[in-house]
Design a protein around this ligand. Structure first.
Ligand code: G4P
Length: 528
């Protein structure tokens, strides 16, 4: 195998998702610890009020204790080159999570063992299922009082509609969390360690080891034997094909804080996941081992660095090798461009990179030319990756700028944030940009909009929530929107591309409009 092929073969690219506080940041940090990228856990993230995770950029994230942007980390472990895509830990940003999942080949779902699947993050987890990628579950915080593992599995299956297969089984919980039983090798991995600053010390023994009872105590020993019998008799069969298509989730138990179970999880995860997968294009698939470079943009983030006011376009490399300053074709614009200042986040620092390969995520400086879903490839190639769908907004507000003298900043800020895909902008028919209607997928995005306009563009706005819940694009161009008959609580608007839309307060009103206007065709997505 050539060097180039083996470099791609060793790459793993996955997204990590969780409820806020379930332990995503801690687990990521422990991966870095095991990969040797950091020497001492705790150096990445401090106490809550001085919280400063590598992946948290925005001030608002620190204030709210949630992560609203996603970021990328790369580290090495046992010969693998691992790209972790962090995702926002709140369901109001599930669209951002979806885009990030587009760039990943698998996902890790972190669940708090005492809380299980929480109501407010159900939507976030369900987004994972839309992508048909392998989903691995890490049930965290076993060093605390945890819910019964059987109940947790049942809850995941019922709430998320995915089958589960425990790869290992916890021995006790809370202060009595002794280790895990690995079902594949039928061995016990018990742990010892300090406060989690260093790697946990693991001892491996068989279930019939005479010392085991002393090690874990007779009560836990008996319970473990009963649980294993039950699991082997009643659980689903392990089916790798179902795992690959996101229909069966391998489940691992552990504690990111104490490092118990982190390494067995990482090892097994790397063994079960594949190297970068082929990507769909309009005309077929792109093989990651193809020597010609290709990539697509899945995320755009402005003002990550306040001092530079820069805008970064994140792209997933789908094939070939990327080299600094290489010239690529930007398909959507039909232009050749030089990708300048390519960046990658290696453990704790952002650095300029010289080269990158299929599976890697790079951030490039964006002078305002990229849109989400854009394709970049070697000049002369005719590749066009399938676009990234936008979610129909579910909340609407009228946005007015307070100081009309700042019109330019207002328009710039609104347009840039809309290009990032964080909001969608609409106008009333025959109105200007002084007042616009903004649609979002989650209400927290309004808060972020207000905050960012103030802090990044120095513009104050007034948000007036609107009662609409459903948005529909009018798909027949020949219809004059002014002539459409609608109920008094339905609003006629247009998007920035001039497409006409209707905003409804109920499904009943949608039916009403369709019945009264012969030939009217409505869709719940934009034609682009
Ligand atoms: P998130 O990124 O998913 O939001 O969660 P994060 O890792 O920030 O963890 C949230 C809190 O849960 C942190 O405590 C963290 O220390 C704790 N935690 C994470 N994993 C475990 C675990 O396995 N066991 C236990 N007992 N706790 C865990 P905090 O008090 O909010 O922050 P800090 O003061 O510890 O920094």
């Amino acid at each position: 195998m050539s060097d180039y092929r083996s470099l791609i073969q060793k790459r793993r690219t996955f997204a990590i998702i969780s409820h806020p506080d379930a332990g995503k940041t801690t687990l990521t940090e422990k991966f870095l610890l095991y990969g040797g990228a950091i020497a001492l856990a705790g150096s990445v993230k401090g106490k809550k009020n001085s919280r400063h995770a590598v992946s948290d950029w925005m001030e608002i994230e620190k204030q709210r204790g949630i992560s609203v942007t996603s970021s990328v980390l790369q580290f090495q472990y046992e010969g693998y080159c691992i790209n972790i895509l962090d995702t926002p830990g709140h369901q109001d940003f599930s669209e951002d999570t979806y885009r990030t999942l587009m760039a990943a080949d698998s996902a890790v779902m972190v669940i708090d063992a005492s809380k299980g699947v929480e109501a407010q993050t159900r939507k976030l987890f369900k987004v994972c299922l839309l992508r048909d990628i392998p989903i691995f579950t890490f049930i965290n915080k076993m060093d605390r009082e945890a819910r019964n593992p059987f109940d947790l599995l049942e809850e995941i299956e019922l709430e998320l509609g995915i089958k589960t297969y425990p790869m290992n089984w916890p021995i006790g919980c809370g202060k009595d969390f002794k280790g895990v039983y690995d079902r594949n090798s039928s061995q016990i991995i018990s742990f010892k360690g300090d406060s989690g600053k260093h790697e946990a010390e693991a001892t491996v023994s068989g279930l019939d080891d005479p010392n085991l009872k002393t090690l874990i105590g007779p009560y836990l020993h008996e319970q473990l034997c009963d649980d294993i019998e039950l699991l082997d008799g009643a659980g689903y069969e392990f089916d790798m094909d179902a795992v690959r298509h996101g229909r069966l989730s391998p489940v691992f138990f552990g504690s990111a804080l104490t490092n118990f179970g982190v390494e067995p999880f990482l090892e097994e995860f790397l063994r079960m996941t594949s190297s970068p997968l082929p990507r769909k294009t309009i005309e077929g698939e792109v093989d990651p081992f193809d020597s010609d470079f290709s990539a697509f943009v899945f995320k755009i983030q402005a003002n990550m660095n306040k001092a530079h006011r820069d805008r970064i376009a994140f792209m997933r490399i789908c094939s070939g090798k990327f080299e600094k300053n290489m010239e690529v074709l930007h398909q959507q614009e039909g232009k050749k461009i030089k990708l300048s200042q390519p960046q990658q986040i290696m453990a704790q620092e952002r650095e300029i990179i010289e080269e990158a390969y299929a599976g890697d995520i790079i951030g490039v400086f964006d002078p305002g030319i990229f849109s989400i879903g854009d394709t970049l490839c070697a000049p002369g190639k005719k590749i066009l990756f399938e676009g990234i769908p936008t979610f129909a907004p579910e909340h609407f507000a009228r946005v007015r700028q307070m100081d009309t003298m700042k019109r330019k900043q207002f328009v710039k800020g609104m347009s840039q944030i809309a290009q990032e895909g964080a909001i969608q902008i609409f106008q009333e028919l025959e109105s200007g940009m002084e007042e616009v209607i903004v649609g979002v997928v989650g209400v927290l995005q309004f808060e972020v909009l207000e905050y960012r306009l103030k802090h990044e563009y120095n513009v104050d706005i007034r948000l007036e929530p609107l009662p609409y819940q459903y948005i529909r694009w009018i798909s027949n161009d020949e219809i004059d929107p002014k002539k459409i008959t609608v109920t008094s609580d339905t609003k006629k608007i247009q998007d920035l591309k001039g497409h006409h839309l209707l905003l409804f307060t109920s499904e009943w009103n949608i039916r009403w409009a369709l019945e009264r206007n012969e030939g009217l065709e409505l869709t719940d997505f934009s034609r682009g």
